[in-house]
Write a protein that binds this ligand. Structure first.
Ligand code: AMP
Length: 123
């Protein structure tokens, strides 16, 4: 799938629409999810134009991949999530339920999050 430069996260990266920024460095931007599913719900996105986890891991440079995942860990530490625990999630493609076609990792925390998927999801 070709990268859509009009997707909402591309617009956030270009500063065309606002976000509630948590962290930024050379590799990533992290901001609060607009429709949080937990008391802490942050999105970490690479600054490069990657459609999905698949695109990112297949085509991003080693420096971008290292920079991205180091930033995910740093954001979780900075938000004091390590000791109580937290969850990271990526949705890829149609079966993954991906809504925004710019690679991103969700960080959820702030309460016990329960099981990853319910058994009733396995149908
Ligand atoms: P996904 O289903 O993994 O693609 O998740 C996309 C996420 O982006 C959802 O959790 C949305 O609530 C979130 N989202 C969509 N638009 C915005 C926005 N403008 N600012 C912050 N989060 C957003």
């Amino acid at each position: 799938m070709a990268y859509d430069t009009d997707n909402i996260f591309a617009k956030i990266l270009r500063g065309e629409i606002p976000c509630d920024k948590i962290y930024e460095d050379d590799w990533v931007l992290a901001f609060n999810d607009i429709a949080p599913a937990a008391p802490v719900h942050v999105l970490v996105i690479p600054k490069g134009a990657y459609v999905s986890m698949d695109d990112f891991t297949a085509t991003a440079s080693d420096a971008e991949i290292v920079g991205f995942y180091k930033a995910v860990g740093k954001v979780a530490r900075d938000l004091s999530l390590v000791e109580p625990g937290y969850r990271t999630l990526n949705n890829t493609g149609v079966h993954g339920g991906q809504e925004v076609p710019h690679f991103h990792v969700h960080i959820f925390g702030g309460k016990p999050l329960g099981p990853m998927l319910t058994r009733s999801s396995f149908r």
